[in-house]
Every structure is written in C-alpha cells, then in structure tokens.
Design a protein around this ligand. Structure first.
Ligand code: FES
Length: 278
C-alpha cells in the first residue's frame, strides 16, 4: 500500500473549495466540504475531462466537458455520460497539512463498462434501463468514414439502432422537419438519447438529385460529444440508414463538424432530464 504524501497545506483551501495537487506524479482533485477533505483522480472516466475545473455543488463535482457528475467522497459516477467511477483516495490531516494516499479506496462502483451496466439493466444513476436501450446496446458497430455517401437501403446485415427503430420505409413528405423526425430514431449508444435532442445535428440540407427526378440528396451536418467519441461510426451509419429509409431520398451525406464544439447546453430539456442533468 502506498504511503501518505503531503499534498497541500490546510490553509490553501477555503470551505467549500477545490484544488489540483500532485501526489506521487498523479494529478488529484482535492476538495474541502463541510470541514472534511476528500481526494479523487482528476480524470473524468467518460473522456478524460479535468474534474477539478468543474462546478462543485455539495459533494458533487460536474465534469466541465460534458456534465457527468461524480461523488467527491467515493469517486462514484452519478450521472451520464460517465458510467464508471473515478478513483477515490484516503485523506488525513496532520501537522497543518493535507495528506493523500493513492488508490487505497479504489473506484467504488468499479470499472462498470457500458455493456456490463446495460446487461445488469441499470445505468449509472441506478435507474432501470428501458427495454429499447437494452436492445440497442447489443447492436454491432459498423466502421464507416465520415462524408461517405451511399444510396439508401432498407436491407442491413447487422442489427442496428436504425433497424430496430425505423423498421420500414418512411412515406412522410420529405422536408427538413421530416428528416429531423427520422434522425430522432438514431439513439446514441452511450447516452441512450436521440441525436436531435442531444443537439448533435447542426444542419439539414435537401437538394434535388441530379440523376433521379423526384428524389432528393440529403446532407446532414452533425457533430459528436467529443472528437474521439467511440460511438461515432455507429451514429454515422445509423443516421444514413434512418434517413435513407425515406422513399424520396436518393443519397445521404453525413458531414462531421467539430466547430463549434458540442456542449451540454445544446441538449433539449428532455435530453437533460433523461441524463439527470439539471
Ligand atoms: S469528459 Fe467528462 S463528461 Fe465527458
């Protein structure tokens, strides 16, 4: 077991407060709340966000990048998009200093992978997952590149979100609104919220197909919650399938746009509610 290391002077923090400290070369977020010090890794388990830069509210720290909340006492992940806890560390106060011992407590909810949590039927908040969500987590991911254009098809080899939700060819009048309705059937496999309510759709453009009279080419400007979003290929594939299922669509073009970057305030209230972000 590691030794306690003096990380800060008591006087360096006001209550409530937070600061970044170096403990044996590791970045640790140190907190003082109601007279007690706490320490957790300064790493959001969703995508590496610096927790100490987030908003501290009671015993909860919100990741500044996508809003996941963690319990500073235990490191437990409380809300999506984080699904596993970050490490919490022992802390003691001695000789005017705050001493931290790395890793002795571990992450209280352990390395709960998405697949594991879904298999158990619960998300990070402890709420049961809806049946549709459990079905989509088993979907295979298809590696596709952004900006690839394909002809629409209702036949897919793998069981995907779009296949489960769309089911058949849409006959609604093709316009921007009907495209957005089709996009609502594409569910982010990490967050379990549709990509429209997540605020991932920056634009929808329809233009007449050159070689197919009566058909339209649909271009979709879409972003991701982070540049390295692991769900990206699946979201692109499902977007193309969902919109391509419309009988008047000649082709679907998905253009990935990272500027402006996505932030949680792009989400609708419904999405924020379902993610437990208030
Ligand atoms: S990096 Fe923390 S919520 Fe995404």
């Amino acid at each position: 077991m590691a030794d306690f290391v003096r990380a800060a002077d008591i006087s360096e923090l006001v209550d409530p407060g937070k600061m970044l400290v170096d403990v044996d070369g590791e970045m640790v977020a140190l907190f003082l709340v109601d007279g007690t010090f706490y320490a957790i890794d300064d790493v959001c388990t969703h995508d590496g966000g610096p927790l100490v830069e987030g908003e501290l509210n009671g015993y909860k720290i919100a990741c500044p990048r996508h809003g996941a909340r963690f319990d500073i006492r235990t490191g437990a992940a409380l809300t999506m998009p984080a699904v596993r806890g970050t490490r919490a560390h022992d802390v003691k106060v001695e000789n005017g200093g705050v001493w931290v011992r790395l890793g002795s407590l571990g992450a209280t909810d352990g390395p709960m992978s998405h697949a594991t949590s879904a298999a158990n039927g619960f998300e990070a908040t402890g709420r049961p997952l809806p049946a549709a969500v459990l079905a989509t987590t088993a979907a295979q991911q298809t590696a596709l590149t952004a900006q690839e254009t394909v002809a629409p098809s209702t036949t897919v080899a793998s069981r995907t979100t779009a296949e489960i939700e769309v089911g058949s060819v849409s006959t609604a009048v093709l316009c921007e609104d009907s495209v957005r309705e089709l996009l609502k059937k594409v569910i982010d496999p990490e967050l379990f919220v549709n990509i429209v309510d997540l605020g991932l759709i920056y634009g929808v453009t329809l233009s007449p197909a050159v070689d197919l009279p009566g058909k339209q080419h649909v271009a979709i400007d879409m972003t991701m919650t982070s540049p390295a979003c692991p769900a990206g290929p699946q979201l692109i594939a499902d977007t193309r399938r969902s919109v391509g299922a419309h009988e008047d669509v000649s082709a679907v073009e998905v253009r990935i746009v990272m500027d402006p970057p996505w932030t949680p305030d792009r989400m609708t209230d419904a999405a924020r509610d379902s993610l437990g972000i208030f």
